[in-house]
Design a protein around this ligand. Structure first.
Ligand code: GLA
Length: 376
């Protein structure tokens, strides 16, 4: 494995880390102005970095291997950089586009966040680079400002119309807390979640499948929500109160009804989940998670055979609740379990996958960890 010195001939100026995330509840609400409730994972992307005076961005990824990718920062244009290098390049482009006079850098990237698992490895990569540039070039930007730039990078340079949740989670989460974020105005509150103290554990079951329709389907769902909001005369679906849902649904074309029902009920589930955490009733989260999964499966239709099976098997094995997390079409499921039962639940889910002829999920335990930070 090449070291920074081997790749670039000098020591790095520093190292920055930004984590992946799981979202407890509030899926597909962020681009509707709604609430989300993510926690950061202990797994991070690490960026070792050093400024360059010649305007070159030189990138190397431990996961991709291969030669150093070399790009001229002044020549970066959306769509011009293929593969993984698009994410770090996008961040540098977004900073310059926002008027920050940043130049080049040598960047050695190494990720512990599984890719394609719905755990936000791309946002972690963007945020690690954003945090590194913020310090290297003395920009003095706040964590939410960096998150917004990273989102802009992904939307406009990489071309993925994602919301703000993943970047805000990676930048702003705190150890031992879930981030209760209002994506309409980015107000947030750190909500303590002492899983271990309550004798609980949060399993992450990575189904190891990623279905191809993910990208196009995400954009189509987002467009459907925006069309529904426009038809209802609202700035975003977030503005629709649960009490007004039945009458609003009656005014929408049939194909938009389940989308709106998911967004409005999901937003209410985030508030219910925060009430549970505030009251220290952590097991109360369980039924909220499972209800969220049913809504994603039946109304929003972003679950799939593998995530449905993992949820069913975890609940059958005694989990307090379970749901898919992230955008969907594969990826990971979270399951809230008694800590003493975690291994058995994971084993029973694995057995259910074997019986169905599917590859067993990879299992992690989510411990609410720290957002982006300088590590050396
Ligand atoms: C992806 C996006 C997020 C969010 C989730 C679904 O992770 O990047 O912005 O929309 O899907 O909740």
């Amino acid at each position: 494995m090449s070291t920074f010195e081997q790749l670039f001939g000098q020591a790095p100026e520093g190292e920055w880390a930004a984590p992946g995330r799981v979202n407890l509840i509030g899926e597909h609400t962020d681009y509707n102005g709604g609430f989300v409730l993510p926690i950061a994972l202990p797994q991070s992307v690490r960026a070792q970095a050093r400024r360059r005076a010649d305007g070159l961005l030189r990138l190397w990824s431990a996961q991709a291997g291969g030669p150093v990718v070399e790009l001229a920062v002044a020549g970066l244009v959306p769509g011009s950089v293929p593969g993984w290098a698009a994410y770090p390049a996008a961040v540098v482009w977004a900073l310059r586009e926002a008027g920050y006079e940043v130049g080049g850098a040598d960047l050695r990237l190494d990720s512990e966040v599984p890719t394609g698992a719905g755990l936000s490895s791309s946002a972690a990569l963007e945020c690690a680079v954003a945090a590194a540039y913020n310090d290297l070039y003395g920009l003095g930007l706040s964590a939410p400002e960096l998150a917004l730039l990273a989102q802009r990078a992904e939307n406009a340079f990489v071309g993925v119309p994602c919301g703000i949740m993943d970047q805000m989670a990676s930048m702003c989460c705190r150890p031992g807390a879930a981030l209760f974020l209002d994506s309409r105005d980015l107000t947030m509150r750190q909500v303590p979640i002492d899983l271990a103290g309550a004798g609980l554990a949060l399993l992450v079951l990575d189904t190891r499948v990623k279905h191809d329709l993910a990208d196009g389907a995400y954009a189509a769902l987002r467009a459907g929500c925006e069309r529904a909001a426009a038809l209802l005369g609202l700035p975003a679906l977030r503005s629709l109160a649960p009490a007004d849902l039945p009458s609003a649904l009656g005014r929408l074309p049939a194909e938009l009804v389940p989308l709106v029902r998911h967004v409005v009920t999901e937003n209410a589930r985030v508030e219910a989940a925060v009430d549970c955490l505030d009251a220290g009733r952590l097991t109360g989260l369980g039924p909220i998670l499972t209800a969220g999964h049913a809504s994603l499966r039946d109304d929003y239709r972003v679950s799939c055979r593998e995530t449905d099976l993992a949820v069913e098997a975890a609940v059958a094995a005694g989990a307090h609740g379970a749901r898919m997390t992230g955008g969907g079409f594969g990826g990971s499921v979270i399951a809230l379990v008694d800590a003493a039962e975690a291994e058995r639940v994971a084993a029973e889910v694995a057995a259910a996958f074997r019986r169905a002829g599917l590859t067993e999920p990879r299992t992690l335990t989510a411990v609410p960890a720290e957002g982006a930070r300088r590590t050396a």
